[in-house]
Design a protein around this ligand. Structure first.
Ligand code: FAD
Length: 416
């Protein structure tokens, strides 16, 4: 009673508890997480941990001693089933074990769950989604010499799993519905680079693939059915399928609390939801676009660790009575074997791109501009330029399009 209740013990929940303590909050903090594991990181689940899932301890965000030292109560394997604000400064939660927990401040950090594909055969054995440590362990069991893996969805998770599986000896095919890979996050140039890089490594890719269903034998998947332009079905053999077609924000509790929800819980730039007192953060939060409206896009839901960390910092300030707004430069990374992508800024609404370097060398950047002003960059195996772009976006030092194309000009020198 009297403290903060954090619903969801994932990246955002833990970062919030951390930020509250770092900001000097000495009130009780209780974090409730539906998964039975101590809070852990998800990024390795499609990368190192998928290759070698023997040590889940390496995934932990914090060890139990840290939580005890910080006087943060963490309950795992328990979900919050109901929430009610009884006054402006006091509310109650009901959990799956029948506990009633009082709170003075409430934070929702319930994350997201994989979008499911509902097609004939989609419940056959061997068809996987990837969000949790259990998902990764089960998927890892099937990877191995000459297993035929079909990845449905050419986004970040699909590409990462495809590369990890290929390195583990699988024969991999990626099926993407759109006409290019990672189309929601990057421009055509970066998509084309990925297509060629993935194919160079021996993974097959088919874009514009319409999935019709799955065939099976003895309850296990045997093929993925793809419909071609003429309506004919083609079968692509599969021992294993990974479906990575995006996530759905977990907003059930927020909706029952009466909060405004549309592709995530709507929060303001201080992470406050529509009731004016609940904060929400992480994959489930939909916030005003940092940097103001561009075109008709005014809000965004980001799914990344750096975003969870930054929103946690802002939410902590809010819960401590501060007025700080989200103004950081969003950034993201993805790692696929030898390809490390770092994205700085948000490319939405850009009207021009400039290529810096040669994609065939697997080290280059694409810089995005809106009205001649830099708004974002995709940096492949190029951490220096990534840091330069991130700095430029933070400080406002211009990196003009007629300069940045020249790899002979070090961007770091300009922004320093
Ligand atoms: P989550 O981590 O999903 O945590 C939410 C938690 O809340 C869950 O444990 C859930 O069980 C719990 N919960 C939900 N409802 C309730 C309830 N009612 N009661 C109690 N608990 C509840 N990001 C990057 O930046 N770079 C990467 O390379 C990268 N790779 C990734 C690879 C994979 C395979 C995945 C799945 C994600 C990856 N991400 C990556 C994304 C990143 O992990 C997420 O953005 C981050 O985990 C979001 O944190 P979150 O706390 O908002 O959500």
């Amino acid at each position: 009673i009297g403290g903060t209740l954090i619903v969801g013990a994932g990246q955002a929940g833990v970062e919030l508890a951390t930020a509250l303590r770092a900001a000097g909050d000495d009130r009780p903090i209780t974090m409730i997480g539906a998964e039975r594991h101590a809070p852990y990181q998800r990024p390795p689940l499609s990368k190192g941990f998928l290759k070698d899932p023997s040590d889940a301890g390496k995934l932990l965000l914090r060890d139990s001693t840290w939580f005890a030292q910080q006087d943060i109560t963490v309950a795992c394997g328990e979900s919050v089933d109901g929430l009610v604000w009884e006054s402006d400064s006091a509310g109650k939660a009901l959990t799956s074990t029948g506990r009633k927990i009082g709170f003075a401040s409430l934070a929702l950090a319930t994350g997201a769950t994989p979008r499911r594909l509902s097609l004939p055969g989609a419940d056959l054995g061997g068809i996987h989604y990837l969000r949790s440590v259990e998902d990764a362990r089960t998927l890892a069991q099937g990877l191995g010499q000459s297993a035929k893996l079909v990845v449905i969805g050419g986004g970040f998770i699909g590409l990462e799993v495809a590369e990890t599986a290929r390195q583990s000896g699988c024969r991999v095919t990626i099926l993407e519905a759109a006409h290019r890979l990672i189309g929601r996050a990057v421009c055509e140039t970066t998509s084309t680079f990925y297509l060629q890089a993935v194919q160079r490594r021996g993974t097959k890719v088919r874009t514009g693939a319409e999935i019709a269903g799955f065939t099976g034998e003895n309850g296990s998947v045997r093929s993925v059915q793809v419909r071609d332009a003429t309506g004919n079905l083609e079968e692509i053999a599969a021992d294993l399928v990974l479906i990575g077609i995006g996530v759905v924000p977990e907003t059930g509790l927020a909706e029952r609390l009466g909060l405004a929800v549309d592709n995530g819980v709507h929060v303001d730039e201080r992470m406050v939801a529509s009731d004016g007192r609940t904060v929400a953060l992480g994959d489930m939060a939909n916030m005003p676009l940092p940097g103001g409206p561009r075109g008709d896009i005014e809000r965004i839901r980001l799914e990344s660790v750096p975003n969870a960390i930054e929103q946690a910092r802002i939410a902590a300030a809010t819960l401590m009575g501060g007025t700080e707004s989200y103004s950081a430069v969003p950034w993201f990374w993805s790692d696929q074997g030898g390809i490390k992508l770092q994205i700085a800024g948000l490319s939405h609404g850009h009207d021009r791109t400039v290529l810096r370097g040669d994609p065939d060398s697997e080290k280059f950047c694409v810089l995005y501009y809106l009205r001649e002003q830099l708004v974002a960059a995709d940096c492949i195996n190029n951490p220096r330029d990534f840091m330069a772009v991130k700095t430029a976006l933070r400080t406002g030092v211009p990196l003009p399009p007629d300069v940045v194309w020249d790899v002979g000009v070090p961007l770091m020198e300009i922004v320093r």
